[in-house]
Design a protein around this ligand. Structure first.
Ligand code: HEM
Length: 165
């Protein structure tokens, strides 16, 4: 099953021992550059050696760290994971996106990226034609009516009896 979040990102839902995991589906195409595995990219997480994964591509932003307008700390904090949503959430300009090519070093092997847990809500068995719910509603009216009718019957029975006595 494939779902889409509010930002238009697509996720493939995988079931694993009752746990639902969502794997980000990237729209970018492989480009013939080197393909890295996640563990390799993750080791580049220092001030003088910083690689990022954004939309399925790997960027070596080491030379850009000092000049990054958002600071080097945010870049470091975005290492060791898929930084796509971090990058998107900031709302980077077209200029910023244009700069990315300079730092692009290859693709990430998507199957090696740890799955991200996303909350997709509880499944509800909502059924507008739920007959049991309709029966309960009818019973809610009928039961008090039956009790009332029974009370009247008992009352008129005892009245008749006392009148004939
Ligand atoms: C190759 C990767 C990146 C490039 C080339 C880049 C470039 C830029 C540029 C040019 C700006 C100035 C504002 C703009 O033009 O949008 C900026 C701002 C910023 N960036 Fe990045 N960025 C990158 C990755 C990231 C990542 C992964 C984060 C993590 C959250 C991040 C966080 C920020 C923040 C917080 C600002 C400051 C926004 C503000 O104060 O308005 N950037 N970036």
């Amino acid at each position: 099953m494939v779902i889409m979040n509010g930002d238009g990102d697509k996720y493939k839902i995988l079931e694993n021992k009752g746990l639902r995991l969502a794997q980000h589906i990237y729209t970018s195409m492989a480009s013939g550059k080197k393909t890295f595995v996640f563990n390799e990219v993750s080791t580049h997480n220092k001030t003088k050696d910083c690689w990022l994964i954004i939309e399925g591509k790997v960027y070596d932003v080491t030379p850009f760290m000092e000049d990054h307008p958002g600071g080097d700390e945010v870049l470091l904090a975005a290492t060791g994971k898929d930084a796509t949503s971090d990058f998107e959430d900031v709302g980077h300009s077209d200029d910023a996106r244009g700069m990315m090519d300079k730092y692009y070093i290859g693709e990430i092997d998507r199957s090696t990226v740890p799955l991200k847990r996303v909350f997709i809500g509880k499944e509800r068995n909502y059924n507008p034609d739920d007959t049991s719910a309709v029966i309960i509603k009818i019973l809610q009216f009928l039961v008090p009516l039956l009790i009332l009718a029974l009370a009247f019957a008992v009352r008129s029975y005892t009245k008749d009896n006392s009148a004939s006595a």
